[in-house]
Write a protein that binds this ligand. Structure first.
Ligand SMILES: [Zn+2]
Length: 223
């Protein structure tokens, strides 16, 4: 396998540590993948391996139909959803899935997270939307992610009764969106528990999002 894939194996393995660091996953749930640029391949977590045992060598390389092309183990059970997103959204270079607690509590109610925080306007450009209910296996989850996020500013979707899927220009950006989604979901939950949070005017949401995506930091959405 070529150098680019070797580097992505290392990157994807390392990014899984962020899911445990930020308390976004339980047991072996959750997964990160990265597109291999220009090769119609992706690198993804193996199925059912403990987080402590994830290394570059245990990552699985699949084609964009989810067929394994390199790796001893079977890929994540969410591989079909990741593959569908890469096929349908060429600009996406990374996909993350978690059942992080606060965000998934909004998903369980089928309730989008309204934009009550400037940090949410920055990263998500408005509400974090709800995707449809979909069973695992086949393309239904992938279709739900793509139909919800296409033309939407948010890089995160709350799949109803399930959990969070995020996208990014690379895997690190998708992991960042997953971390920020849970942070926003938690604060929104706390705010509403105390009363009715105040909306942000749509023009201000636009201004915040534009500044953050185009001006802030060293490069777009670098945090
Ligand atoms: Zn799941």
């Amino acid at each position: 396998m070529n150098t680019e894939i070797a580097v992505l194996r290392e990157t994807v393995a390392r990014l899984h540590r962020e899911l445990t660091r930020y308390d976004l996953v339980a047991w072996t749930s959750g997964n990160v993948s990265a597109r291999v640029p220009g090769q119609d391949l992706m690198v993804i977590k193996p199925s059912g391996v403990d987080y402590d045992d994830l290394t570059a060598d245990t990552m699985v390389v699949c084609d964009l139909n989810g067929v394994v092309v390199d790796g001893g183990g079977s890929p994540s059970s969410d591989t079909a959803a990741h593959a569908y997103v890469y096929r349908a959204m060429p600009e996406v270079g990374g996909v993350v899935h978690t059942h992080s607690g606060y965000a998934t509590a909004w998903a369980a109610r089928g309730e989008a997270i309204p934009c009550w925080l400037t940090a949410q306007a920055d990263e998500f450009g408005g509400e974090i939307p709800i995707g449809p209910f979909a069973l695992i296996g086949g393309d239904d989850i992938g279709k739900g992610i793509v139909s919800t996020l296409s033309g939407h500013r948010s890089p995160a979707v709350l799949m109803r009764n399930h959990g969070v899927f995020t996208i990014g220009r690379d895997a690190r950006a998708a992991v960042k969106a997953a971390v920020m989604c849970e942070d926003v979901a938690r604060t929104a939950h706390l705010a509403r528990a105390l009363g009715q949070p105040l909306p942000i005017a749509p023009a201000d949401v636009d201004a915040l999002h534009d500044r953050y995506q185009n001006v802030y930091g060293q490069r777009p959405s670098s945090g």
